[in-house]
Every structure is written in C-alpha cells, then in structure tokens.
Design a protein around this ligand. Sequence first.
Ligand code: EPZ
Length: 416
Amino acid sequence: MDRMLIQSGYQLNGHVKTSGAKNAALPILFSTLLAEGEHTFTNVPLLKDIESTADLLASLGCTTKRDGNTFSVHVEKLTSFEASYELVRKMRASILCLGPILAKYGEAVVSLPGGCAIGTRPIDLHLDAMKSLGATIELKEGYVLAKAKKLKGATVLFEKTTVGGTENLMMAATLAEGTTIIENAAKEPEIVNLGNYLNKMGAKVSGHGTGVIRIEGVEKLHAATHEIMADRIEAGTLLIAGAITGGDVTVENCRPEDLEALILKMKDCGFKIDTTATTMRVHPLAKWDATDISTAPHPLFPTDLQAQFMALMTVANGTSIISETVFENRFMHVTELMRLGADITPKTQVAVVRGRPGGLTAAPVMATDLRASASLVLAGLVAKGETLVNRIYHLDRGYENLEGKLGQLGAKVTRV
Ligand code: EPZ
C-alpha cells in the first residue's frame, strides 16, 4: 500500500502532538558507537530511517531493542568496522557512522552514500574534516577507507555550512587527543541535541548551537540515556496543514523557538500564530497573501520546509519567489504541484509561484522524496476532488503516522 488518497474540502481543527525528531535521532543513534554499554532513548519516532539505522548498527555488532517509542542500543566490541553499500544506499545519513567508528577503533570502511533525488549530496566536507584530525582517507571501489592511529584535535573551518559534516566532526573529536574547534559550524537545534547527548556520555562539548563549537578530547565515553527532541519539521508541516485548510490547529510538544523563520513568514502572509514554550497555534484565515522565502542554514528558513511552504503559496493571493539555496535540485515537487493546477515557473534554484486561492484541482501525483511527499499531501487537502499520491513510502522515512495525525484533525486521508 504505497499510495495515499486525500479528499479535499475538510477544514483541519484541533490539537496534534509531534513525534521525536528524525534528524536528531539519527546522529545520536550513531554516536552510541563511541561508547560501549547500554544506551537508552525515549521519544524515538517509528520511522523507516530509524529501522535502517538499527540494521546498520546490528551489522556492526550492536544489539538494538525497540519498545514503542523507547529504543536502546547495546554496544560491545564491534564485530565489523564496515558500513556496507547495501545499507548505506538506503539512507545517506549512514555516513554519520564514519566519525564515531574512526575515533573509537582507528579504522572505518564506509560506502560512499551516492546521490539522492534532491542533489548530489557529496561528503567531501566530512572527509576533509577527518583528514584535519589526522586521518588518512582512501576512496576504493565506492568505499571510503579511513584510518587513524589516534585522531588529533585541530581547528576546522567549514567552507560551507554542513549539518552532517558538523555532526561527524563533533563525534570524532570527542575521543581525539587535544582540543578541536569547529568554525562555521551548523547551528541547527539537532546539533545542540547531539552535543547534549555527547556530554551525557562524558564528552566535553561547548558552543553547540553557535557557529563555533569547541570539543576537548577525552580518553573514554560511557553509555547514557536521553530523550529525543521534538521534530520541528513535522511541527511546521502540521502547522501548514492547519493553515492551508483555513483551520484552527494547535501543534503540541514542539519548540516554536526552533521555527522562528517559518512563524515570521506565516505572519507575513496574514496568519495569526500564537505560541507558548511548547505549542504553536494557527488561527483560521480564509485568504492569505503570498510572501517570498529563501532557504538557508538555521536560524533562517529551513530547506526541509520549502516544499511544504510552496504548497501553501500555490493557493495564496499573489506571487511568491521561492529560492532554494541549500540543495541544487530540491524542486522535484514543482512539476507534481503543477499537475494539480499550480501556476509555478521553476528556474535554477528559484521558483516563481503565482498563487490562486482555490486554484488546485485533484489529480494523481508522484512523491519523489521525503519533504516533496509532504508537500503533495498538503496540496491534496485543498485540491478539489480526490488526490492520489503515489510512492508514499518516501513519507514513511520521516513522518510517523502522518495520515493518523491529519485524520485526528478532521482530514480524510487513507492509504490504498
Ligand atoms: C541534513 O542533511 C538533514 N538530514 C537534511 O534533512 C537537511 O535538509 C540538511 O541537513 C540541511 O538542513 C539529516 O539530518 C539526517 P548538509 P545533510 O550537509 O547533513 C552540501 C530531510 O528531509 N555538502 O547540511 O546531508 C550538500 O550537498 C533531510 O530530513 C557538501 O557540498 O545536509 C548541501 O548542498 C533532507 N559537501 C549542503 O552542503 C559535504 O561534505 C547542505 O548539506 C556535505 C554537504
């Protein structure tokens, strides 16, 4: 059942809770490779990407256990230092096992991830960072062979802001000799969550969440426990679902402080948004204005909400210029939104969206990547008639039971 049927014409109202953040859970699960023992995590979302990570950890000799949203990883001496192509090709974030394995065991063999729908997604910055810590890196038959007797702390300036690169380097540096300074570090909230877990394991990380992160290497780390932070991208997606249907939706156990850029842009459009420390509420609005967005690293507008916001702009009053500055090909949803009647002119990394209230009509469409799928579901809520979204398995990588959450708010969304 990898298709989703969405009936239009239902206003979404009520309260909905977000699940734990995929992009916080993944690096934290890989960080367990830095310390033997039993690591236990709560608020872990039930997602395909978490299952893929569990498979990869198991292939290295760890044992994982899931009980609802509690997930534990038992790490002994690894039986393998190799992350195989079979596993890595299913999830690019597997590259995050490179730093921990290299730091703890002195050698790592990790398959090159390969590209994906939204871009070539190179890992050159990850590899340069490991070399800065003294590792030798060889590329052979599609694999990265990394070796280092003992990593040495260094100052690393990322010429481009990279979330994964910052995470890999933070993890590797925890066991390096001496101090590592990361400059032009990514400031995403998920980086803060990772730094907090590393410190619970006995690491000495400071400045995480700012552009300069300092890590003092230690001899050894120990297993710990941690609650995964709420998923800000899911929270933003649910807020837009309420807004696009003109409903009154309160998103709970989220952190509005992590979504300042989205909230400001929705207020630009005319939406009334109320926030508390852990909730965001959008009030009903029949018609809203278009506004421009340009994605960029945190705290600016998140690239992971670009496709969802574009859906909202296709039925706004006026024209929205949407610039995607983080990934080179993150407009795969544009042609599918156009099948629903959206008036969009995609250029390289900029799309001009001429909004028309009520201007979408249902049609079969195809999901191409995780956030594009969410965009098509949101558009389906207001595209007159019944929209069928194909290849909906993309959604299951990053959203826990989205149809259940939307249904709870009054949407008519079913898997077929
Ligand atoms: C993380 O990907 C997220 N994934 C992405 O979320 C998110 O879109 C992205 O950060 C940006 O916020 C996870 O956290 C698992 P980057 P990541 O390294 O780390 C280029 C989702 O939908 N780059 O910050 O891969 C890269 O090509 C996913 O949940 C290099 O050139 O993103 C991109 O253009 C999609 N060389 C830019 O930097 C490198 O070595 C930002 O990538 C690394 C990255």
